[in-house]
Design a protein around this ligand. Structure first.
Ligand code: ATP
Ligand code: MG
Length: 168
């Protein structure tokens, strides 16, 4: 196996989680064992029904079921649980996606330093993907691939609400 590198997908444009899912599918198709951990969000999203049925992929959500943008202590507890899970599971996988972890740090559900310590101590061969708006500068510094999704247009601004199957 090759040395695992670090990816950051950030910015306000749509496509960060979708890109991480695409990478997961590519990796799994090549026989890599993949772990996709979704922070903050605990509501079903279409991808989970596919990924949960794929033996090569482990899909876990650690967020509150009805996350409502009003941070609570529970959000903190759940995010910390997610990070602990990531630490414990990392040695068993070739690719790990920590979806929305950038937001979890931004909202102070997780300490930047705790995630930095995970990144620095990750297994050598683990490919690690961190997604979400507001990626901390510390993550960008440590990453090998950094992609900023720039918002040019989004139908939200035309009052078109999130559409099942496309946005979740
Ligand atoms: P996706 O999950 O579709 O790949 P994303 O991961 O880039 O999107 P997030 O920041 O995680 O986007 O936002 C999650 C949800 O908000 C998705 O339903 C997405 O379509 C929607 N969204 C993304 N960008 C914007 C935006 N600029 N304004 C409003 N809603 C957005
Ligand atoms: Mg996302």
């Amino acid at each position: 196996m090759f040395k695992g590198l670090i990816h950051v997908y950030t910015g306000n444009g749509k496509g960060k989680t979708t890109a991480a899912l695409g990478l997961t599918i590519r990796a799994a198709g090549n026989g890599l064992k993949c772990c996709f951990i979704q922070f903050i969000k605990g509501k079903p999203s279409g991808e989970m029904f596919v990924l949960k049925n794929f033996p090569q992929i482990t899909f876990i959500q650690t967020g509150r079921k009805n996350y409502d943008f009003n941070p609570t202590e529970e959000d903190k507890t759940l995010a910390e649980k997610g990070l602990k899970l990531a630490v414990d599971l990392a040695p068993r996988f070739d690719l790990m996606v920590l979806d929305e972890i950038n937001v979890a740090v931004h909202l102070k559900f997780l300490k930047t330093q705790d995630v930095v310590s995970f990144i620095k101590n990750k297994p050598e061969n683990l490919e690690l993907v961190l997604t979400g708006r507001h990626a901390p500068a510390e993550f960008i510094k440590l990453a090998d691939y950094v992609t900023h999704f720039e918002l040019i247009k989004h139908p939200y601004y035309k009052n078109i609400k999130a559409r099942k199957g496309i946005d979740y």
